[in-house]
Design a protein around this ligand. Structure first.
Ligand code: LLP
Length: 385
């Protein structure tokens, strides 16, 4: 992947920066969309994973829609040329302004998470003389066996509508003339590596859908959200998630209603492995029983290790020397500004290029200017200077 020509192209660039391997991105998208085609499924790309213009362009050209979680994401999706009828809008706390933006944009569907939200969409749509399509995001009480911060489908999580509220929701819907129920939506968590969890979701979806169809609802869509995990430990070997097994399992376990569309909202699995955070080593400093490799990239550039204790594979692109242990840290005045603890790397020296892998999803998009640092720049493999 990091051939000498690429390393020499890097040498003229200011670090840190995000680097995207576009051929890997296209390969990933080809495999993903061929699975969709095989089963007749549809997908909306979750912009929150990475909203760079080139990435969005690739998603759009691959035929995916857009899954948005803020008014600004809806605006960006529209501006980027996603067809309004391929845009969905989720989130537990949609503001009036955001709802109005989405209504003005005539998006395909709001994924609604609470009774007061449905009431508010109904009021605002009524005020504009519109009828908004809605799906109900259901909290199915499933443990996705992932990090607690990105588990979203357990009863104690803030997301979705719990089954014990269905009666009240149904009664409300009968009174709301400006919303139209078109489906059910689920998203039980992210970085899910135990795919059996999705089998549980399919089974649960049947039971939950039945409650509504028994009442006479016409559910045109069932949306299973995103969540498929990627291999952070060995990203170069497993550079593409196992879409075949994931979709085969869904196909075996989900029995859509007659004429019903099956939707997905992938984020991480489409972009994580194509992105790298590239930095230079500023200093190598001796610590107590360990050496610190101090990078010019910090937690403001990639917050996942500090926020979730995430481990990203790290490569020293400049050295093939003997293996030594390092704590790989950033320059920021926080002890959580650490990318790896006691990791084995070929001997590190000042000026070496360090690549932090699997940074394409929830990397750049979560970048901050903490300490008034510059935001990392962006380079694409097919557009290197
Ligand atoms: N749909 C909804 C409603 C979501 O909330 C999410 C992600 C997705 C789809 C996409 O899920 P994915 O396929 O990417 O797993 N910042 C965290 C991840 C937060 C994910 C939140 N929801 C991280 O860095 O791990």
């Amino acid at each position: 992947m990091f051939r000498p020509a690429l390393r020499s192209a890097f040498s003229s660039l200011e670090t840190p920066f995000y680097f995207y391997n576009m051929s890997l991105l296209h390969k990933t998208l080809d495999l993903y969309t061929s699975c969709l085609k095989k089963y007749g499924y549809h997908a909306h790309y979750a912009l929150k994973a990475n909203a760079n213009d080139r990435i969005l362009e690739a998603m759009k050209l691959a035929g995916l829609g857009a899954d948005c979680v803020s008014g600004n994401e809806v605006v960006l999706a529209l501006k980027s040329g996603f067809s309004p009828n391929k845009i969905v809008f989720a989130g537990v706390g949609k503001s009036d302004k955001e709802i109005q933006t989405a209504l003005e944009g005539s998006i395909f569907c709001f994924n609604c998470e609470s009774i007061p939200e449905i009431e508010r969409i109904n009021e605002l749509a009524g005020g504009m003389g519109k009828v908004a399509n809605i799906s109900l995001r259901i909290n199915p009480d499933i443990d996705a066996h992932t990090h607690k911060y990105i588990s979203t489908g357990r009863a104690q999580d803030k997301f979705g509508i719990s089954p014990w509220m269905f009666g009240e929701v149904w009664e409300l819907l009968s009174r709301c003339l400006h919303v139209s129920l078109i489906g059910l939506h689920f998203h039980i968590g992210s970085q899910i590596t135990d795919i059996q969890v999705f089998k549980t979701l399919c089974v649960r979806a049947h039971t939950l859908q039945k409650w509504f169809t028994d009442k006479g609802a016409h559910l045109q869509v069932v949306n299973l959200g995103g969540g498929l995990g990627v291999d952070y430990q060995d990203p170069l070997t497993h550079s593409i998630a196992d879409f075949d097994s994931y979709f085969a399992l869904i196909h075996q376990n989900l029995k859509p209603l007659s004429g019903q569309q099956v939707h997905f909202e992938p984020g991480r699995s489409l972009v994580a492995q194509s992105g790298f955070l590239i930095s230079r080593v500023l200093y190598v400093k001796k610590g107590k029983g360990i050496k610190f490799a101090i990078l010019d990239a910090g937690m403001n550039d990639l917050i996942r290790p500090a926020l979730y204790g995430a481990r990203h594979h790290i490569i020293n692109l400049s050295s093939a020397g003997r293996m030594m242990r390092y704590d790989v840290v950033g320059p920021i005045c926080e002890s959580s500004d650490r990318f790896a603890k006691s990791v084995l790397l070929p001997e590190v020296k000042r000026g070496d290029f360090i690549a932090i892998c699997s940074a394409g999803a929830y990397g750049q998009v979560m970048g901050l200017q903490y300490n008034l640092r510059d935001l990392a720049k962006t380079y694409y493999s097919d557009q290197l200077p």
